[in-house]
Write a protein that binds this ligand. Structure first.
Ligand SMILES: N[C@@H]1[C@@H](O)[C@H](O)[C@@H](COP(=O)(O)O)O[C@@H]1O
Length: 272
C-alpha cells in the first residue's frame, strides 16, 4: 500500500496515528511488549513530534513498548550530538514514558563490532521479533544503512557508507564531509523484512526517483527498499513531492485504494 498526502505534515500525522492504533490494538503488557523498530533522519522528526503530542494528551503510553533502532555510526560516542542515540532521546525518548531499559540502540563504540551486531540480532529474536518496523529511505533507496548493492538477505552488520550518503548526511555534521563517519552499524534488509509489518515514510522530491525504482521496478539490491515488494504487510506513506517520478496511473491506483476502502467503511483496514 502507498498512502499519498499533500504535505509532509499530513503524511507524518497519518503514520503517528497508524503506529498509535497498532500499539493500542496489540494491548501490550509486562511480559508481552510491543516491539517497535525505529529510524532517524529528518523524515521521521514530525512523526515523533506527533507521537510525543499524543503521549502528552494521554492517548498513548510507551510503558510496554520495546524499541530497536535501525542503525548507528561507528566511532561516535552516544553522547555525541550527531549520534543516533542523541537524536532519539532528543526527539522521542525523553518526552515519553518509555523505560530506558526498553530502548535498544546499536553501540558504534563497541570493542568488537561484529559481536555487537550478533548481540543485537539475538536480542531481537529473544523478544520474538519486531512487530512494526518504521523506516525512512536515503535518496539512493537505502533502508537503514543498507546501501546499494547490499544483500537482500543481510542481517545486522558493519557497513561502509556510500559517498552519496556521506554527502547527504553532512548537514548533521556542520556541513563538513570530513566529520561524517564513513562506517555504521545497521540492521540488515532481512532484519527489516522479518518484522511483521513495515511502515516507511518518504518525504520530498529528492526521494522521488528512489520511490519510483522501489515500487515500479523489480526487486533489486541497488535500491534496497525494493525488497519490500516481497513483504506481506508493507505500507509506504509519502508526500506529493515524493510521487513526482511515478506514473500517473500508479498514483491514481494507490489513491483509489484508499477512496474505495473509505466508501466501504473499512477505514485503515484497507484491502491489500
Ligand atoms: N541511516 C539513515 C536512514 O535510516 C534514513 O532513512 C536516511 C534518510 O534520512 P532523511 O530522512 O534525513 O532524508 O538517513 C540515514 O541514511
Amino acid at each position: 500500500r502507498v498512502i499519498i498526502r499533500q504535505e509532509p505534515e499530513a503524511a507524518s500525522k497519518y503514520i503517528a496515528e497508524y503506529v498509535v492504533d497498532r500499539i493500542k490494538s496489540f494491548a501490550p503488557r509486562p511480559g508481552q511488549p510491543f516491539v517497535l523498530g525505529l529510524p532517524t533522519g529528518s523524515s521521521p522528526v514530525l512523526v515523533y513530534r506527533h507521537l510525543v503530542r499524543k503521549h502528552k494528551a494521554g492517548e498513548i503510553s510507551f510503558k510496554n513498548v520495546v524499541t530497536f533502532n535501525m542503525d548507528e555510526y561507528v566511532g561516535l560516542p552516544p553522547s555525541h550530538p550527531s549520534s543516533y542515540h542523541s537524536f532519539m532521546w532528543e526527539h522521542l525518548f525523553s518526552h515519553v514514558d518509555i523505560s530506558p531499559s526498553n530502548v535498544n540502540l546499536l553501540n558504534g563504540m563497541a570493542e568488537d563490532l561484529e559481536e555487537e551486531c550478533e548481540r543485537y540480532e539475538a536480542k531481537i529474536r529473544e523478544y520474538g521479533g519486531i512487530e512494526l518496523f518504521l523506516g525512512g529511505i536515503g535518496p539512493d533507496g537505502h533502508i537503514a544503512f543498507n546501501e546499494p548493492g547490499s544483500s537482500l538477505q543481510s542481517r545486522t552488520r558493519v557497513k561502509t557508507l556510500a559517498y552519496d550518503t556521506v554527502l547527504a548526511n553532512k548537514r548533521f555534521f556542520g556541513d563538513d564531509v570530513s566529520q561524517v563517519p564513513n562506517m555504521a552499524l545497521t540492521v540488515g534488509v532481512q532484519t527489516v523484512m522479518d518484522a511483521r509489518e513495515v511502515v516507511i515514510i518518504i518525504i520530498g522530491a529528492h526521494k522521488a526517483l528512489a520511490l519510483q525504482k522501489c515500487i515500479e521496478e523489480g526487486t533489486n539490491h541497488m535500491w534496497t527498499l525494493s525488497s519490500l515488494q516481497l513483504h506481506p504487510h508493507p505500507l509506504i506513506v509519502v508526500d506529493e513531492d515524493a510521487t513526482l517520478e511515478l506514473k500517473v496511473k500508479t498514483v491514481k491506483y494507490f489513491k483509489s485504494i484508499e477512496t474505495v476502502a473509505k466508501s466501504c467503511g473499512m477505514g485503515q483496514k484497507m484491502p491489500k
